[in-house]
Write a protein that binds this ligand. Structure first.
Ligand SMILES: [Zn+2]
Ligand SMILES: [Zn+2]
Length: 450
């Protein structure tokens, strides 16, 4: 009976695009937790070893060959139908287990160009040479080693417990998240045509702010639209002592930057989140030379499509008009990089609250916290958005309890954030809770076997 209700409920979400609270059947079943705990007791050590291996062998975005191979092997061993090279190095594993809804579980695989200073025994010593000849370190400073291992562990656990549920699970190991490219590339490569079409999409991201054993959820928007904008302001250079014979692009740029601040403060509805940051300005080479041009690089953040367009249109208009008012010899180039645009991530509120209920039963009320939304970027939102089905990314505490406690002492240094060279996860427990929360949530959304 439960099977039919849950199957219908999930299918209704698929049709409506957003889950209504009354449609979400997330059923926590203690017998499934018991079976999972027993499975984890036997397999956690192996998964932790895998995670440490991935941590010590990180690969930059678009270069995730070894990691993808390791995931593909692990998913095949767990009995999934595996397809590699989906949207680059993406891996898709399908676990078919009779009639029922389709749940997508996504983890990302790529690391960052950071020299690791975590002090872990299995810290990365990997160095790579960039196309410009620079040698950079590579580090899993965003915890994608844990996400990769979560995908493997969850697939293995769901496969081992297949007599407990019905339906289909699509496990995804995604490349190039840090560039905001991987999700879109997998979708463009036929993710939803070549494989079963999901009724909901799940993922997690490690949190540097929470201890292991705690999870965080954010109903609604949780990550922002991210646009990168490149501006070139064209002046007419000359001698620094004779500014009257030039059009100074540096002074023009200063006015552009100042005017851009009014977009958020004066134009966007004050209750709509928005950010315009000029992160880079380059122009000139010497005290007494007025250059020909100045280049700016901006990051632009928003939640809704309407605010996004308001900001981008406003940047074009302000830049063009300020340059005109300074008599620039030609209009500025304002280039919005569509390739790297990352759409905002929306956590379906009904699905999110249902998941929080499952986590409270699994971890205890004190270990499930609501996190405020942020303006960071995360390309996971693309999956649910492309399908118009509910999606959820929750936060997974990853810091050892001792380190976390110490950080609360008065005057203590704040915990290193994600992307820091000093970010240091408690790998063993992060893997344990990553696999247990994702497996229990997936099971709760799927109908139980009669
Ligand atoms: Zn990151
Ligand atoms: Zn990340």
């Amino acid at each position: 009976m439960m099977r039919n209700i849950a199957a219908i409920a999930v299918l209704v979400w698929g049709l409506s695009g957003a889950a209504r609270a009354e449609d979400v059947q997330a059923v926590y079943r203690p017998e499934q937790k018991a079976a999972l705990t027993q499975w984890l007791d036997q397999h956690l050590a192996g998964l932790v070893e895998t995670c440490k291996h991935v941590h010590a062998h990180p690969e930059l975005s678009l270069h995730e060959t070894q990691t993808a191979e390791l995931v593909a092997r692990g998913l095949r061993d767990a009995g999934l139908e595996v397809t590699t090279d989906v949207g680059g190095h993406g891996v898709v594993g399908v676990l078919r287990n009779g009639d029922g809804p389709v749940v997508l579980v996504r983890g990302d695989m790529d690391a960052l160009p950071v020299v690791e200073e975590s002090g872990l025994d299995y810290a990365s010593a990997v160095r790579v040479t960039q196309p410009d000849g620079a040698v950079v370190g590579v580090m899993h400073a965003c915890g994608h080693d844990i996400h990769t291992t979560m995908v493997l562990g969850t697939a293995q656990a769901l496969s081992a417990l297949r007599d407990q549920w019905h339906g289909t699970v699509v496990m995804i190991a995604q490349p190039a998240e840090e560039l905001g490219l991987g999700a879109g590339a997998m979708i463009k490569d036929g993710l939803f045509e070549r494989f079963p079409r999901p009724d909901c999409c799940l993922s997690l991201h490690v949190s540097h702010k929470l201890p292991v054993g705690t999870v965080a959820y954010t109903p609604g928007w949780s990550a922002a639209n991210v646009d990168s904008v490149d501006i070139t302001i064209f002046g007419r250079g000359g001698h620094g002592a004779r500014p009257n014979s030039t059009v100074d692009p540096i002074v023009t740029a200063a006015y552009v930057i100042t005017q851009l601040q009014t977009l958020v403060s004066r134009r966007v509805d004050p209750i709509e989140p928005a950010v315009v940051t000029v992160g880079s300005i380059h122009g000139g080479a010497k005290h007494n030379v007025i250059p020909d041009e100045v280049k700016l690089q901006l990051t632009v953040r928003s939640y809704t499509d309407a605010v996004r367009h308001q900001l981008l249109d406003g940047i074009r208009q302000i830049t063009t008009d300020v340059c005109k008012s300074f008599g620039c010899p030609k209009p500025p180039a304002v280039v919005v990089d569509d390739e790297t645009f990352t759409p905002a991530c929306y956590n379906d509120p009904a699905l999110t609250l249902a998941a929080a209920g499952v986590f409270r039963k699994l971890l205890g009320d004190d270990h499930v916290v609501e996190d405020p939304p942020e303006m960071g970027g995360e390309d996971f939102g693309q999956f649910a958005r492309a399908l118009n089905v509910p999606g959820l990314q929750y936060g997974l505490g990853s810091i050892s309890p001792e380190t976390y406690q110490a950080s609360l002492a008065p005057g203590a240094e704040p915990l290193p954030s994600l992307h820091s060279s000093r970010y240091r996860a408690d790998t063993e427990d992060a893997v344990r809770y990553g696999v247990s929360t994702m497996t229990m949530l997936t099971l709760a959304l799927l109908p139980a076997a009669e």
